[in-house]
Design a protein around this ligand. Structure first.
Ligand code: NDP
Ligand code: 2IT
Length: 449
């Protein structure tokens, strides 16, 4: 790992000592601290007021028991989390993840990333994240509903449209947000639409929220390509994952003239030289919550299904990791470079390992970090909150244009900030410094809290 600025190294050591065993959290903190050295040198007030040490300590962390009863009548137990990381810019905002791998370190890494991502959107939202080690796979709708109701029975007291506003993430989509919102409404006797985002269109949701993260990532890449006078037209693209972010990244890439030839789930990847058939993918993954093996079975011999390989072996000019953290490692990066990949943009949160990022950047591959490239989801959540506050409902076209504008502005801010701090074209430095500065200035203004 590269050395940190002399004032930041002891802060990082303290984070590791105070948060033992939370490797993903350490990784996320290190990446930000690596970038902000020049800002700290130029602005001693940040360290004088201990802004960075305070930023690395969540304002509040809630851990709770979530008991529920399965369809056979057996009592099941999970653990729930909500880390309310930073509210300098607005109410805590960030998704809920339901996945068996969830523990405090995952929620803290996600909450930490969310602070800077939300800052970059320019919307008035702080950073937070939550979730549970509950595994929705193989559960009936009734089981998912009972789990969500039990989860909300504890969490509701910490939420509110001005306090903390969750949304979806891995394993949490429209179905779960519905059960969570229904139970919040019942417990509080308030139709408080702005307390959750990602709602359905008939009960306070925003158009384009379902599509927003994937579309936003594709818009961001289109802006990167436009920098060199190019576009998606005729480009071969690989997208990992086959969930919400991946599906809508594929949709927008196809609309913009690119061809996505591979996608994956946690069991394997499919390679379809004709381009991924999106209607079929949506039917299998969205409607039936099925597996990608069915995609290969339904299309037949044209498609290759690989269960024991890496999707990064598939040649492409543009790679969009859209599944989960640390899914693109050094070996994957080397394969992408060898195959002539030119752009990697993160639809997922922290999918690329630090070593892989360094390899890609040194080989001249343009790299867009998640806190910039996947910010379209949370930005559209903020647009949903705006519509809820004004009891309004915008058209698809208007909302999509707002999303595209926000992604353009994030892209410009990243490039301008990187240039100012002597790292032209480095989106990681640009995103971290631009995101950090706005939060740090607000924290200075708000006093020692
Ligand atoms: P979904 O649950 O809809 O889809 C997740 C996809 O990733 C699935 O294909 C899943 O495969 C795969 N996956 C999940 N965990 C693993 C794992 N441990 N190993 C291998 N594959 C895995 O989630 P989203 O699409 O919403 O989220 C994907 C990424 O995007 C996450 O990093 C999330 O934090 C990030 N993100 C999401 C936003 C949103 O608005 N939803 C906004 C910004 C970022 P399988 O079905 O087999 O589990
Ligand atoms: O990682 C993310 O930005 C999300 N999962 C979306 C958060 C949100 O509040 O919409």
């Amino acid at each position: 790992m590269p050395d940190l600025h002399e004032k930041l190294a002891p802060i990082f050591d303290e984070v590791v000592a105070r948060n033992p065993g939370e490797a993903e959290f350490h990784q996320a903190v290190h990446e930000v601290l690596e970038s902000i050295g020049p800002v700290v040198s130029a602005n001693p007030e940040y360290t004088d007021a201990e802004v960075i040490r305070r930023l690395c300590e969540p304002e509040r962390q809630i851990i709770f028991r979530v008991p529920w009863t399965d369809d056979s009548g057996k009592v099941q137990l999970n653990r729930g989390f909500r880390v309310e990381f930073n509210s300098a810019l607005g109410p805590y905002k960030g998704g809920l993840r339901f996945h068996p791998s969830v523990y405090l370190g995952i929620i803290k890494f996600l909450g930490f990333e969310q602070i800077f991502k939300n800052s970059l959107t320019g919307m008035p939202i702080g950073g937070g994240k939550g979730g549970s080690d509950f595994d929705p796979k193989g559960k009936s709708d009734a089981e998912v509903m009972r789990f969500c109701q039990s989860f909300m029975t504890e969490l509701y007291r910490h939420l509110g449209e001005y306090t903390d506003v969750p949304a979806g993430d891995i394993g949490v989509g429209g179905r779960e947000i519905g059960y969570l919102f229904g139970h919040y409404k019942r417990i509080t006797n308030r139709y408080e639409s702005g307390v959750l985002t990602g709602k359905g269109l008939t009960w306070g949701g925003s158009r384009v929220r379902v599509e927003a993260t994937g579309y936003g990532t594709a818009f961001f890449v289109a802006d990167m390509l436009a920098q060199e006078g190019s576009s998606f037209e005729g480009r071969q693209v690989v997208v990992s994952g086959a969930g919400n972010v991946a599906i809508y990244a594929i949709e927008k890439v196809h609309q913009m003239g690119g061809k996505v030839v591979a996608c994956s789930d946690s069991n394997g990847y499919v390679m379809d030289p004709a381009g991924i058939d999106l209607d079929l993918l949506k039917e299998i993954k969205e409607a039936k919550r099925g597996r990608l093996t069915e995609y290969a079975e339904r299309i037949g011999s044209r498609v290759k299904y690989v269960s024991d390989g890496s999707i990064w072996d598939v040649p492409c000019e543009i790679a969009l990791p859209c599944a989960t953290q640390n899914e693109l490692n050094a070996a994957g990066a080397e394969r992408l470079i060898a195959n002539g990949c030119q752009i990697v943009a993160e639809g997922a949160n922290m999918p690329t390992t630090p070593e892989a990022i360094r390899l890609l950047q040194s080989a001249g591959v343009k790299f867009a970090p998640g806190k910039a490239a996947n910010a379209g989801g949370v930005a559209t959540s903020a647009l949903e909150m705006q519509q809820n506050a004004s009891r309004d409902s915008w058209s698809f076209e208007y909302t999509e244009e707002r999303l595209a504008e926000i992604m353009r502005s994030i892209h410009t801010r990243c490039l301008e900030t990187a240039e100012t701090f002597g790292a032209p074209g480095d989106y990681v430095v640009g995103a971290n410094i631009a995101g950090f500065t706005q939060v740090a200035d607000a924290m200075l203004a708000l006093g020692i809290i």
